[in-house]
Design a protein around this ligand. Structure first.
Ligand code: NAG
Ligand code: NAG
Ligand code: NAG
Ligand code: NAG
Length: 460
């Protein structure tokens, strides 16, 4: 698959040497990756459709009828939890620096990090960064340029979002990117909040009990944090910072690495935090991030992906509706549907559809064997990640094929379908391939907790 790549550095050759340190790590930032990691041409020109655009043109003799875009919000600030952790680590470095001033131990990087200005405040808690607004405005403009007929002013946009502030802000930025000429469906000015579809994971009791609130569900992640690869990184970083190893742990190491990614994504700077890590360290920390995604949002547990089946079915219901409208020569009621959610919205859906599945599960003890894994969250769900379904009506005479066809784009690149390895499919074939999910995946049943037989006594 085109998105598959082995090493971390991607932009190494595109940026001036000064930035090279963080750039060598920036392919390993997982879900904290800039969108430019998957589309490096955007560094030069954020409105360019890129080298793959020519191949991604609508097929000849086909006209797009409907576009359904599922977006992850743009670049965001760290969560309050991460900001607290960073404060804790920074505090330790400040105390060390104060103590070291009395003695004479030289530890230049620890001193530089102690002097670093801790500007993140807990109130920033996961909010959309200014950079994230630009991500969305530019994405909107590129999509409109690629599908001008669909985005033309006379058509209406159906815009929905998760209730999270960063998603609503992303939706507003996306709409701004399209310019003033496009009214929302029904003349609405508000973005519709739809957590049932965008945050289905919160509404799935079985997921919440079995994965989210289950202390042992992340055992592979916890084991990797204690394992030899993380231990090596931890000892190295402790040495560089002149801190006792037992003053650090995997979570503090991870927040130092995340800070390198945040400073690059949010402020476009190479922060001194990046100097703590080389590429080998970065790969270990990338694996830690991917392990968590895998067990919490990906193939690790079946309920992770099954909890997205309402969203999956909704996509096909809207496509069906457009096909019916087209067949009866009616105008398409929803030509453009844009929905803004989270990495946690996209990843389960992609797993439900079978994408990026490795032969072996990601585990604490197979880091080396997973070096060339498909499941790389930085390639799949960076900030502003987008999964787009496009339905086409095709001229039968010229194509000698079925009238209705579909394409899928992930992060603006055509995705080969799972059933054919081709980048276009007859709509009926796609539905046939996924008929089991379409017919037998029912959110209510999938997400129901197994009936406990102790309730009778509990209620007494
Ligand atoms: C928690 O996860 C473990 C490991 O997957 C599983 O065996 C156990 O049944 C889960 N517990 C609950 C309460 O779902
Ligand atoms: C980010 O920094 C690089 C290198 O300093 C610079 O070339 C580039 O224009 C900056 N990008 C943005 C979006 O500010
Ligand atoms: C899918 O197609 C690509 C490009 O045509 C090819 O390189 C790859 O080997 C194919 N994969 C499978 C599983 O057939
Ligand atoms: C629940 O427990 C009772 C008594 O222990 C038993 O008779 C009954 O069959 C159980 N029901 C289910 C659904 O397991």
């Amino acid at each position: 698959m085109a998105l598959r790549a082995a090493g971390c550095p991607l932009l190494l050759l595109l940026l001036p040497p000064l930035a090279a340190a963080s750039v060598a790590l920036s392919g390993c930032f997982g879900t904290k990756s800039r969108y430019e990691e998957v589309n490096p041409h955007l560094v030069q020109d954020p409105l360019s459709l890129g080298p793959a655009a020519a191949g991604a043109r609508p097929p000849a003799a086909c006209a797009p009828l409907q576009l359904r875009a599922l977006l992850r919000h743009g670049t965001r600030y760290p969560t309050a939890k991460q900001i607290r952790r960073l404060g804790e680590l920074h505090g330790r470095l400040l105390r060390r620096a104060a103590a070291a001033a009395a003695s004479s131990s030289a530890c230049p990087l620890a001193a530089a990090l102690a002097a670093w200005h801790m500007w993140y405040e807990e109130s920033l808690d996961g909010r959309l960064a200014p950079r994230g607004q630009r991500d969305m405005e530019h994405l909107a403009r590129r999509l409109a340029a690629r599908f001008p007929a669909l985005f033309a002013a006379r058509h209406r946009l159906a815009l929905a979002s998760s209730s999270k502030h960063r998603c609503l802000q992303s939706g507003a930025a996306f709409r701004r990117g399209l310019g003033p000429a496009l009214p929302l469906a029904g003349g609405e000015t508000e973005i519709e909040i739809n957590d049932a579809l965008m945050r289905f994971f919160d509404h799935c009791q079985k997921f919440v009990a079995f994965v989210e609130e289950n202390d042992t569900a992340m055992q592979q992640v916890d084991a990797f944090k204690q394992g030899p690869e993380m231990r090596r990184v931890l000892e190295k970083v402790a040495g560089v910072l002149c801190l006792p190893v037992d003053e650090l742990n995997a979570d503090l190491i991870q927040v130092a690495f995340l800070t390198c990614s945040y400073e690059l994504a949010i402020r476009n700077v190479t922060s001194p935090w990046c100097s703590l890590f080389n590429e080998e360290d970065a790969k270990v920390l990338e694996y830690l991030n991917d392990l968590k995604q895998y067990w919490k949002r990906g193939y690790g547990y079946e309920i992770n992906s099954r909890s997205s089946c309402n969203l999956f079915q909704d996509i096909f219901q809207q496509l069906d509706k457009a096909v019916e409208e087209s067949k009866s020569s009616k105008p398409i009621s929803s030509p453009v549907i844009v929905q803004i959610g989270h990495a946690e919205t996209l990843q389960p859906l992609l797993a439900l559809m079978g994408f990026f599945k490795d032969d072996e599960p990601l585990r604490a003890n197979n880091y080396v064997r997973q070096m060339h894994r498909k499941f790389r969250s930085g390639r799949i769900v960076p900030y502003a990640a987008n999964l787009v379904f496009v339905l086409y009506h095709c001229d039968q005479v010229k194509t000698s094929k079925e009238e209705y066809q579909v394409q899928m784009l992930l992060n603006e690149k055509l995705m080969p379908f799972h059933h054919s390895n081709e980048t276009i499919s007859i709509y009926a074939d796609l539905k046939d391939y996924y008929k089991d999910i379409l017919q037998n995946c029912h959110f209510k049943e999938e997400c129901e907790l197994p009936k406990s037989n102790s309730t009778a006594t509990d209620e007494l």
